[in-house]
Design a protein around this ligand. Structure first.
Ligand SMILES: N[C@@H](CCC(=O)N[C@@H](CS)C(=O)NCC(=O)O)C(=O)O
Length: 169
């Protein structure tokens, strides 16, 4: 199983974190994103979005860290990480959406501006961060884990950009 990876990427971090916790072996394929390799073949053929992470496993090609987490957990991780029940799956899914939406637009965007010079609105990134981070703080003040009272891929999706948040404070 091959992961097209960028070490500094929080989205790639999500996949590496879960793989490490679940004991899934990844063949790492570093992508020279600063040099533009993600916009060229072979990456662009695998992911027309021109982004990492990309996972290849057994003929399956996947982009998007949340989708990769669901795939890996479902196929290799067991029920504890991605449960079968409708309500339980939706509870985890709420947090995957938070990672892809508010955390992406908040702490991730602020870090992109400060660390990589991306031309995004810092004001807007901090505004979104100021909305989402207290909600996470409040939730974790009352729950040990984000969903289901145990570690799930929700934690793997949310943790990296929150932990790296100080790089875009
Ligand atoms: N929704 C995607 C976003 C992926 C993404 O934004 N990847 C960044 C690295 S963290 C990237 O490849 N950026 C280069 C670009 O967009 O040109 C995910 O969750 O994996």
């Amino acid at each position: 199983m091959k992961l097209y990876d960028l070490e500094l990427s929080g989205n790639c971090y999500k996949v590496r974190l879960f793989a490490a916790l679940a004991g899934i072996e990844l063949e790492m394929e570093p992508v020279d994103v600063p040099g533009g390799a993600h916009k060229q073949s072979p990456l662009i053929d695998l992911n027309p979005w021109g982004q990492v992470p990309v996972l290849i496993d057994d003929g399956v090609v996947l982009r998007d860290s949340q989708a990769i987490l669901v795939y890996l957990a479902r196929r290799y991780g067991g029920n504890q990480w991605w449960p079968d029940g409708a309500a339980q799956q939706a509870e985890v899914m709420q947090w995957l959406s938070t990672a892809a939406n508010e955390i992406h637009g908040g702490p991730n965007a602020a870090r992109l501006i400060d660390k990589f010079g991306n031309p995004l609105s810092k004001e807007r990134a901090l505004e979104i961060s100021a909305q989402v981070l207290p909600l996470i703080e409040q939730h974790l003040g009352q729950h040990e884990w984000l969903a289901l009272g145990r570690p799930t891929i929700a934690d793997c999706a949310v943790f990296p950009y929150v932990a790296l948040g100080w790089e875009g404070a």
